[in-house]
Design a protein around this ligand. Structure first.
Ligand SMILES: Cc1cc2nc3c(=O)[nH]c(=O)nc-3n(C[C@H](O)[C@H](O)[C@H](O)COP(=O)(O)O)c2cc1C
Length: 173
């Protein structure tokens, strides 16, 4: 039986804790042009015999076009003290501002994908989109509040195969 690489599970507890407290940073693009946004929803597990990180991105986000074009993204787990940066990345659009520059975020090449990682973060997941689908309004349970979608901007759900998952040694001293 082919073994599934479950190395990514080592970092999930911390990833979920930070996601719940302040959010994570999702980057898509390439070394020449990329964008960062905050994400507060996501999960990781095993599907199709592969380690998968699932993220949900609304079509209105500038980042959406990057993921559609590149078919890749990185999930970057910030440190607690980066809350203000995450809030900024989650409330301004890369269409109008260079968020990396304004918040002194250093873009570094990733190992397995062309979408970069953010040096200041603690944990990284490099993902290749292997499936995507859309949230289907008619299939949402009645207890999911409609306030999530006042403008009908239903998320696209991206299933990213985790090609690499690792920590930033400098942040674990
Ligand atoms: C903590 C936090 C979590 C967020 N989570 C998501 C998310 O999971 N999916 C999403 O589409 N937008 C989410 N957002 C909103 C986007 O990050 C926000 O609209 C951002 O400005 C989009 O940037 P962009 O236009 O440069 O892509 C979140 C915002 C914050 C502050």
């Amino acid at each position: 039986m082919e073994k599934i690489n479950t190395g990514f599970t080592a970092y999930l507890q911390e990833t979920y804790e930070i996601m719940g407290k302040i959010g994570l940073l999702l980057v898509s693009g390439d070394t020449g042009s990329s964008n960062v946004m905050a994400i507060g929803w996501g999960t990781a597990g095993i599907i199709w015999g592969k380690p998968i990180f699932i993220v949900l991105v609304r079509p209105s986000r500038y980042t959406f076009g990057f993921i559609e074009k590149k078919g890749e993204f990185t999930v970057n787990v910030p440190t607690q003290d980066m809350e203000e940066i995450v809030t900024f990345c989650g409330s301004t659009s890369g269409r109008d501002r260079n968020k990396f520059k304004e918040k002194n975020l250093t873009v570094l090449p990733a190992k397995k994908v062309v979408s970069p990682i953010i040096k200041e973060c603690r944990i990284f997941y490099e993902c290749r989109v292997v499936h995507k689908n859309n949230v289907i309004p008619a299939e949402l349970a009645p207890d999911i509040p409609p306030d999530f979608y006042p403008q009908g901007d239903y998320h696209r759900v991206y299933f990213g195969e985790i090609l690499a998952a690792y920590k930033n040694k400098q942040k674990f001293l």
